[in-house]
Ligand binder design. Structure first.
Ligand SMILES: NC(=O)c1ccc[n+]([C@@H]2O[C@H](COP(=O)([O-])OP(=O)(O)OC[C@H]3O[C@@H](n4cnc5c(N)ncnc54)[C@H](O)[C@@H]3O)[C@@H](O)[C@H]2O)c1
Length: 252
């Protein structure tokens, strides 16, 4: 039986790194795509996975990335669209270039990578596209207009791709976590405090965990465990699903 191959975008930090580690542990051959930097190369090399340098804000880079994986590993069974970033700002002040880049990295790139990988995933017979959306793919919070628009769009793309992928055994699902303890969350503590005019020590309890029923940040391993199941052959019947891992946020 041949080893299944996975590509994880944003694979050298936070949730993506957790997913890389978990899929490797599950016995998959894993490639980590991320921005080209010495630090990111070092992380991939320490994890003993193929590093695919790419800026997902660029269309050509998405195409090249899939080509690189095919050339180095010979195919693709699991594509995890995870890369993303946050910008906190009221709409009136939101930088237009930042809006464009966020939409490209978190919505257009998952489309492009899926498009270029479509044939390889179909050839797999058990292809998987797993989109890391967010609880903010389903509900809104102020000051995150681009992020929330991209994540809502990603859920729409997930459902459409699921319908199209069924004929060739490609399943497409979205995972929607609430706040996860990662560098992305650490970076927004200060911005949230400034934008909302509250002390930085209160951001986690008053903003991040306020809508949640379970008052605890998730860890990357929690998301990776769900990815592990969705990526497995056992999950063949699950497609077009929007899977909440949201501490009860949307139960109200
Ligand atoms: N942390 C959370 O609370 C949380 C909650 C729900 C969803 N998410 C989603 O999970 C995903 C991962 O987030 P994280 O918290 O692990 O963040 P993170 O900052 O730790 O990791 C994100 C990774 O994406 C990469 N990336 C960003 N822009 C890129 C680009 N242009 N090209 C290639 N790579 C790029 C970064 O270099 C980084 O390695 C994101 O899509 C995020 O929206 C995070």
């Amino acid at each position: 039986m041949s080893t299944r191959i996975a590509l994880v975008t944003g694979g050298t930090s936070g949730i993506g790194l957790g997913i890389v580690r978990r899929l490797k542990q599950d016995g998959l051959q894993v490639a980590a795509l991320d921005l080209d930097s010495e630090h990111n190369r070092k992380v991939a090399s320490e994890e003993e996975v193929l590093f695919v340098p790419a800026n997902l804000a660029e269309r050509e880079a998405c195409k090249n990335a899939i080509g690189q994986v095919e050339e180095a590993l010979g195919g693709l069974d699991v594509l995890v669209n995870n890369a993303g970033f946050q910008h906190i700002s009221p709409i009136a002040d939101f930088p237009e270039d930042t809006w464009d880049t966020m939409l490209h990295v978190m919505l257009t790139a998952p489309f492009l990578l899926s498009k270029y990988a479509w044939e390889l995933l179909g050839r797999s017979g058990q292809g998987r596209i797993i989109n890391i959306a967010s609880v903010h793919g389903q509900v809104a919070s102020p000051f995150k207009s681009a992020y929330i628009s991209a994540k809502h769009g990603l859920i729409g793309f997930t459902r459409t791709a699921a319908l199209e992928g069924a004929a060739t055994g490609i399943t497409v699902n979205a995972i929607c976590p609430a706040y996860v303890r990662t560098p992305l969350v650490d970076r927004q503590l200060e911005d949230q405090a400034r934008t909302r005019n509250i002390p930085i020590e209160e951001v986690v309890s008053k903003v991040m965990l306020e809508p949640a029923a379970i008052k605890q940040l998730l860890e990357p391993e929690d998301v990776a465990a769900l990815v592990s199941y969705v990526a497995s052959k056992a999950a063949w019947g699950m497609t077009g699903s929007v899977l909440n891992l949201d501490l009860g946020w949307t139960a109200r």
